[in-house]
Design a protein around this ligand. Structure first.
Ligand code: SAH
Ligand code: SF4
Length: 429
C-alpha cells in the first residue's frame, strides 16, 4: 500500500514539474512516507529528519506522509524539529498544494482532510516501481478493528473504488505493456462499491468475486490480489480462479494465530475451524494455489499451549511463505490496554521457533518444484548475479534464471533446477 501511495504522489509531483532524483543530497524536497503498523515508527522518522537536516548546503523542504502523519498531525511539528508539512493518508492528492503553501507561507502546514471526490488513483508509467507489474488499489481503509491494529485509525473506513474505474485502469495498463496487476487493499475481499458500474453481467457470490471475473475479462495476462480477510473469503473466489487462467495461483490469507482464544482476543472474526475449511477448499483446487499468511507471536495472554496450536496450524496449512511478527503494542488500540505479558525474550523464542518450522515447510515446498516447468514474468536483472533475470511465478515465487535483456517484460517458461532458501532457480525451456 505504501509503495502504491508513493507512486501516486510521485505522479502528482511530476505533473507539477518535479523530478525524482536518485541522490537524496541533491533533492529540493524530501517526502518521508511512514508506516506505524509495527516498530517505533516515530523514532525512525525522527532519525530520518535529523539525517536530512544534517546535510550540507540549502535545507530541502521536508514533508511527512503516511500513517504517522495521519495519527500525529500537527503535533509532529512540536515533536520533531525541521518538518515543513504533514499530509494525512487521504490528503496525498493535495501534495502540490502543500508544497505551494510552505513556499509562500513558511513551514507548519498540515492537511489531514478527506480524499477529494475526483482523486486520480492512476500512476504514470514512469513512476511505477516496475515496467511490467502494477498495483491497482480497489479498496482503502479498514472497518475490522482487530484489537492490535492501528490501520483502522490511520487509514480510516473502508471505501471501495467503482469497478468501472478499476477496469479502466487495468485496460490502460494492459495497453501500456503491463503484464501483471495486483489488486490491493487492506482487505480486498471486503470490496463493496456503492455502484454496480463495471460489474454488470459478471456473476458471483460477492462483489469481490464479481470484480475478479470482470478484471479477468480484460484479458490482462496476470492478476494477483492481496490481502484477503479470512472471514470474507468464500469458495466462489477459488471458483473464479479456476475459471480464469489469468487469475494467479496465489492467496494471501493472514490467520494471525492458531488458537481460538487468541483469535477471539484479537477480534479476528474467524476461528481455527472456519479458517481450515477455507484453506481446505484452496488446497483441493486443481490449480495448485500457493497459500501464504501473516502471524503475530506473543499477543497478550498467548500461552505456550496457544503458541503450540499456532505451530500445529502451520504444519496443517503448509504455507508457501509466512510473515511472522512479534506483537508490538500500538498506543490507542484496544490491545494496548491488555497486559503485554509475554516477555521480549519469550517473543523472540517463539518467533525463532516458528521461523524454524516454517523454513522446513518452505524448503519442502520449494524442493517440490525441482524438475517442474513454471511460467515466470521476467521483471528485472537479478541484483546478485547480473547474467540472471529475476521474476515471479504465477504462485508468486521469486524465480531466477539466465536470460537476455530481450526477455524482460515477457512471460517465459522456466524449468526449475534448484531450490534456494527463499527462491527458485532454473533455465528457460
Ligand atoms: N489487512 C491485513 C494486513 C494488515 S497489517 C490483514 O488483516 O491481515 C500487516 C500485518 O502486520 C498483519 O497481518 C499483522 O500480522 C501485522 N500486525 C499488525 N499490527 C501488528 C501489531 N500491533 N504487532 C505486530 N504485528 C502486527
Ligand atoms: Fe488491521 Fe485487522 Fe484491518 Fe487487517 S483487518 S488492517 S489486521 S484491523
Amino acid at each position: 500500500m505504501n509503495v502504491s501511495d508513493s507512486e501516486r504522489v510521485a505522479t502528482s509531483l511530476a505533473a507539477e514539474g518535479l523530478e525524482l532524483v536518485e541522490d537524496e543530497l541533491s533533492a529540493d524536497l524530501v517526502l518521508i512516507n511512514t508506516c506505524s503498523v509495527r516498530e517505533k515508527a516515530e523514532q525512525k522518522l525522527y532519525t530520518r529528519v535529523g539525517e536530512v537536516k544534517l546535510r550540507e548546503g540549502t535545507k530541502p523542504v521536508i514533508g511527512v506522509m503516511g500513517c504517522v502523519a495521519q495519527l500525529e498531525g500537527e503535533t509532529l511539528f512540536k515533536k520533531i524539529n525541521g518538518i515543513d508539512f504533514v499530509l494525512g493518508t487521504r490528503a496525498v492528492g493535495r501534495v502540490n498544494e502543500a508544497i505551494r503553501k510552505v513556499l509562500s507561507d513558511g513551514p507548519g502546514y498540515a492537511d489531514l482532510g478527506e480524499r477529494e471526490a475526483d482523486y486520480d488513483w492512476s500512476v504514470a508509467d514512469a513512476q511505477r516501481h516496475s515496467r511490467s507489474v502494477a498495483f491497482v488499489p480497489i479498496i482503502e481503509g479498514c472497518n475490522k478493528f482487530c484489537t492490535y491494529c492501528i490501520v483502522p485509525f490511520s487509514r480510516g473506513r473502508e471505501t471501495s473504488l467503482p469497478a468501472s474505474e478499476i477496469i479502466r485502469q487495468v485496460l490502460e495498463l494492459k495497453r501500456n505493456g503491463v503484464k501483471e496487476v495486483h489488486l490491493i487493499g487492506q482487505n480486498v475481499n471486503s470490496y463493496r462499491p456503492l455502484t454496480e458500474s463495471g460489474l454488470e453481467g459478471f456473476k458471483g457470490s460477492s462483489p469481490f468475486s464479481r470484480l475478479l471475473r470482470a478484471v479477468a475479462a480484460t484479458g490482462i495476462e496476470r492478476i494477483k490480489f492481496n490481502t484477503s480477510f479470512p472471514r470474507d473469503f468464500n469458495a466462489d473466489i477459488v471458483e473464479a480462479i479456476e475459471e480464469n487462467e489469468n487469475l494467479c495461483n496465489w492467496v494471501h490469507l493472514p490467520v494471525q494465530s492458531g488458537s481460538n482464544k487468541v483469535l477471539k482476543d484479537m477480534r479476528r472474526l474467524h476461528t481455527v475451524e472456519s479458517y481450515k475449511k477455507k484453506i481446505d477448499r484452496i488446497k483441493a483446487s486443481p490449480r495448485n494455489i500457493a497459500l501464504t499468511t501473516d502471524i503475530i507471536v506473543g499477543f497478550p495472554g498467548e500461552t505456550i499451549e496457544d503458541f503450540e496450536q499456532t505451530m500445529g496450524l502451520f504444519e496443517y496449512s503448509e504455507y508457501a511463505t509466512a510473515y511472522i511478527f512479534k506483537y508490538s503494542p500500538r498506543p490507542d488500540t484496544p490491545a494496548y490496554a491488555m497486559r503485554d505479558d509475554v516477555s521480549p525474550e519469550e517473543k523472540t523464542r517463539r518467533f525463532l521457533e516458528l521461523e524454524r518450522v516454517q523454513k522446513q515447510l518452505q524448503a519442502k515446498h520449494l524442493e517440490g518444484y525441482i524438475g517442474r516447468t513454471v511460467s515466470v514474468l521476467a521483471e528485472k536483472r537479478s541484483a546478485k548475479s547480473p547474467s540472471d533475470l529475476s521474476g515471479h511465478s504465477t504462485c508468486h515465487r521469486v524465480v531466477n534464471f539466465p536470460g537476455s535483456d530481450g526477455m524482460l517484460g515477457s512471460i517465459v517458461d522456466v524449468r526449475i533446477t534448484q531450490a534456494k532458501a527463499n527462491s527458485l532457480y532454473g533455465e528457460v525451456v
